[in-house]
Design a protein around this ligand. Structure first.
Ligand SMILES: NC(=O)c1ccc[n+]([C@@H]2O[C@H](COP(=O)([O-])OP(=O)(O)OC[C@H]3O[C@@H](n4cnc5c(N)ncnc54)[C@H](OP(=O)(O)O)[C@@H]3O)[C@@H](O)[C@H]2O)c1
Length: 429
């Protein structure tokens, strides 16, 4: 056995309390796996008086996080505070002292990962930052390091998946499904980060950067949330054999020279593996040249599941310290640019309220053809003087589809463009 590896824990909330619990409860196994005991050196919190979901020696608690991370005896700093500051300053202070870092902070990594990677002198591991318990960062960074990833397509936000799943299975409105998610603790009192797609966008940026060996930040990600998804969109998707999911999509362009990174609700066929991801579960589908299609599935959040990923990282960085080595550092050699959303090519589901009279279909079809968007299927339902026209297109650029929709809005016979949604996941393999 080597001498103990000392771990400073920043934050003792949902995730931190479970990390502290597991470090204590599994101490013997962890020591055997690492080759040295993992010793909790201190736990930084904001309020000493708060009740914790873990039995802790009160002597370990401190409100002076900076003093803790710069203590000479600390080897590993685990940041589970969240947010940009003081998390960034604390990590940088720890890095300056040569500590190994484990973080679950997707917001910070997606906003300013470059600064952290540049300052890093030991290890920076962040498996828990994307999709909680699901191993994704290490498979992308290490297991697939010899392959060429074409696309990463995933459900990376449990709250929105829960809401959309409820809407699909019960016909509930968005508002009712959100209220239920809040009452069950799946959504926060302020659900903005989840329902507006910010959380998923941060994860998409991190995944894209690793998968395509390029630097991607949250600002590069095209983001649309789920607040505009209506019960009738869900019903229309269902009628066509589709389900609506909030997807994070990171994909190489057809010529391979740039990447698209986007988060938005999309229809996927019910036969697609991601369609079966119910409730608050997460899943990520990776398509690589040699490996083919891989799917990673599991709990994307929660104290214990997220702590599992954090513990895996602590073990990894502790092993590296003992071996006098470090894990893979940031890989951005490919330096691919992120193309504008208008250049993204996909399929679309367009629902129109139109006048029910002869020639309407031909006029609408002409507008699609004027912008080079070809129609795959059309369904029409009459409703008295009105009709609903539902069209699904072949692959077209987002810019061409936007121009088509603008043109449709100008037409007298189109009373309203009821919804426009992208269709993903049913291209030929
Ligand atoms: N919750 C999840 O399911 C989940 C899943 C994946 C990733 N994550 C990530 O994990 C991180 C932590 O999330 P969480 O849900 O555990 O958050 P949380 O429950 O709000 O806990 C945050 C902890 O940080 C402490 N803290 C806040 N400001 C501090 C400061 N200035 N100095 C020292 N301590 C401070 C808080 O102290 P007090 O307790 O005294 O207020 C609290 O213990 C975030 O980056 C989050 O994105 C969370």
């Amino acid at each position: 056995m080597s001498k103990p590896v000392k771990v400073a824990l920043l934050g003792c909330g949902v995730v931190g309390s479970q990390v502290a619990r597991l470090l204590q409860e599994q101490a013997d196994d962890l020591a055997a796996r690492v080759g040295a005991p993992l010793e909790l050196a201190g736990v930084a919190v904001r309020k000493m008086s708060r009740k914790r979901d873990v039995d802790l020696d009160p002597e370990l608690l401190t409100t002076d996080a900076h003093a803790l991370v710069t203590r000479p005896d600390v080897d590993v700093v685990v940041e589970v505070i969240g947010g940009i500051e003081p998390a960034r300053a604390l990590i940088l202070a720890a890095m300056a002292e040569g500590k190994s870092i484990v973080s679950a902070n997707k917001a910070l990594l997606a906003e300013d990962g470059a600064t952290l990677h540049a300052a890093n002198r030991a290890d920076l591991y962040f498996e828990a930052a994307v999709a909680g318990a699901i191993p994704l960062i290490r498979p992308l960074r290490e297991s697939l390091a010899g392959d060429r990833v074409h696309r990463v397509l995933g459900i990376v936000n449990g709250t929105t998946n829960y809401i959309l799943d409820k809407m699909d299975s019960t016909g509930a409105s968005f508002t009712d499904a959100l209220e239920e998610a809040q009452s069950l603790g799946y959504a926060e009192a302020d659900p903005t980060a989840d329902i507006e797609g910010f959380d998923a966008a941060a994860k998409a940026a991190i995944l894209a950067g690793i998968a395509f060996h390029s630097r991607v930040t949250a600002a590069d990600v095209h983001r649309e949330g789920i607040t505009g998804v209506s019960a009738s969109d869900v019903a229309s998707a269902k009628a066509m054999g589709y389900v609506i999911k909030l997807l994070a999509i990171c994909a190489r362009s057809d010529d391979g020279r740039s990447i698209g990174v986007r988060v938005h609700p999309a229809m996927i066929p019910r036969s697609h593996p991601l369609a079966g991801v119910r409730e608050a579960y997460n899943a990520v589908f990776v398509e690589a040249e040699s490996a083919g299609r891989l799917m990673f599935y599991g709990a994307g959040a929660g104290g214990a599941p997220t702590a599992s990923a954090v513990l895996g990282d602590i073990v990894a960085v502790a092993r590296n310290r003992i071996a006098g080595t470090r894990g893979p550092s940031e890989s951005v050699y490919a330096d691919l640019s992120v193309h504008p959303m208008g250049e993204t090519v996909t399929r679309y589901h367009v629902s129109l309220d139109v006048a029910d009279k002869p020639g309407v279909l031909a006029t609408v079809a002409e507008m699609f053809s004027r912008h080079d968007v070809s129609i795959q299927t059309v369904r029409q339902e009459g409703r008295g003087d009105d009709a609903q026209l539902v069209l699904v297109t072949h692959r077209a650029s987002d810019a061409a589809l936007s121009a088509t929709v603008e043109g449709l809005r100008e037409l007298d016979i189109v009373r309203a463009v009821a919804s426009v949604m992208r269709v993903e996941g049913d291209e030929a393999p």
